[in-house]
Ligand binder design. Structure first.
Ligand code: ASP
Length: 430
């Protein structure tokens, strides 16, 4: 056999793999390559490879505004009735707030048991100037866009959601004269979903590049001293995902949790490597609809909203990080401090943008509220990317879990599609 024919065989084999298998292989291969580059002192190669990942993330980001706008308008026009919209909205918010409070509690409990901050050498961490966190009141007022075009241009997701909801509502209320607009949005929706699939088919390469960069630049040296805080957060995220989300999907929605987790592998991997839940949104949207059979009328509402305000991973991280800093500085916290941490972490997670590192900025708000030294942010900054990978994955998993639960309660999930293991494959796309 010639080298050429072997190569053809390998390529054909690769192309025939399901997308999630391609992404998993890319993740493992990238991590291994990164560690090798790091230990051989070739970090610059890892940084160069990162550019492929940056290109992939830019391509997904390109989709965010048109995708949110078009799918939300379609979602609104297909829900049709106002009472139902209100009901879905209320259930979504309740789910998001309830699970967030749970997540922080798990984080606080683990940080209390594992004591990650004991014996940390404060001098070893890299320096970072904390930026002031925006106030919660202004976050709410800012949801109304003075200029919807500017909102779209700035990528302000909450403002785009707000405008899309009202616009969809107006199309419904306008009735017959607006019918052509409704059909146009349906057509636009089909095109934008296809474009999303095309971009997602490049996920394995983006994931490979990003994980190579993370493993290549961090290596093992930085990870070991702060290993306990990393462990605490990863363990917390795992517990929350399996017990809270898996439990809710199994017990309340009466759907197979394993099938749920299997159906969201692609968005989880993209979230893990890109550390942006907003950036992952197009992938989450596709997976939830195609793999899990959720109807667009639910997914188009719960997912963009979730990517913006539902951040259980971020909330848990605030709790773990605050306790870690208190322990590292030897500060004793009162019961009142714990309650303050739960409240401020919930608010901070709602106000956190779904972009890389945003949770770190909001951490300063939590620390200020309980009077912990802001320099603590600097210690966390050194390993924030690693923590961000876990929390963003949990954030995205929570959005998907909520979507499945609400879809089930509204009878908007095709259980036959849900039952079929993985349908997203590259052949779908190319
Ligand atoms: N990167 C997270 C996200 O996009 C936000 C955070 O920094 O906690 O979900």
């Amino acid at each position: 056999m010639t080298a050429h024919s072997r190569k053809t065989g390998f390529l054909a084999g690769w192309r025939n793999l399901m997308l999630w298998k391609q992404i998993t292989l890319a993740l493992v291969a990238g991590a291994m390559l990164g560690v090798v580059l790091n230990t051989t002192g070739n970090q610059d190669i890892a940084v160069a490879i990162k550019q492929i990942g940056v290109a992939f993330v830019s391509a997904i980001k390109m989709l965010i505004v048109p995708l949110i706008f078009v799918t939300l308008v379609c979602g609104m026009t297909s829900i049709g009735n106002l009472a139902r919209m209100g009901r879905i909205g209320l259930k979504t918010i309740l789910f998001y707030l309830g699970t967030t409070a749970f997540a922080i509690s798990i984080g606080l409990l683990l940080a209390t048991i594992l004591q990650p901050g004991l014996g940390v050498d404060l001098q070893a961490a890299s320096a970072m100037e904390p930026k002031p966190a925006p106030s919660i009141v202004s976050t709410f007022i800012n949801i109304i866009p003075k200029n919807p075009i500017a909102a779209a241009a700035d990528g302000n997701v909450l403002q785009v959601i707000f405008f899309a909801l009202l616009f969809g509502l107006a199309i419904n209320l306008a009735g017959d004269p607006a019918k052509p607009l409704r059909d146009t949005f349906e057509a636009l929706n089909a095109a934008i979903m296809k474009l999303t699939e095309i971009v997602i088919s490049f996920a394995p390469y983006g994931v490979f590049a990003l994980i190579t960069w993370v493993a290549g630049t961090y290596g093992l040296d930085l990870l070991l001293p702060l290993g306990k805080v990393i462990f605490a957060l990863y363990l917390g995220c795992l517990i929350h995902a399996v017990i809270v989300y898996g439990g809710l999907v199994g017990a309340i929605a009466k759907l197979n949790p394993l099938r749920f987790f299997q159906g969201i592998v692609e968005p989880q991997m993209v979230a893990f490597t890109s550390t942006s839940s907003s950036g992952t949104l197009p992938v989450t949207m596709t997976a939830v609809q195609k793999n899990l059979g959720v109807d667009n009328s639910v997914a188009s509402f719960t997912l963009p909203l979730g990517a913006t305000i539902n951040m259980d991973g971020t909330a848990m991280y605030q709790g773990v990080a605050a306790l870690f800093i208190a322990q590292a500085y030897g500060v004793d916290l009162s019961m009142g401090d714990y309650i303050t941490i739960v409240l401020t972490s919930t608010l901070a997670s709602i106000g956190t943008a779904g972009v890389p590192g945003a949770g770190l900025v909001m951490l300063s708000m939590v620390l200020t509220a309980v009077g912990l030294p802001l320099e603590g942010v600097a210690i966390i900054a050194g390993i924030d990317r690693i923590l961000d990978m876990a929390r963003t994955t949990l954030n995205v998993t929570g959005d998907a879990a909520c979507t499945v639960l609400i879809a089930k309660s509204e009878d908007q999930i095709d259980e036959e599609v849900f039952a079929v293991p993985h349908v997203l494959e590259p052949a779908d796309i190319r």
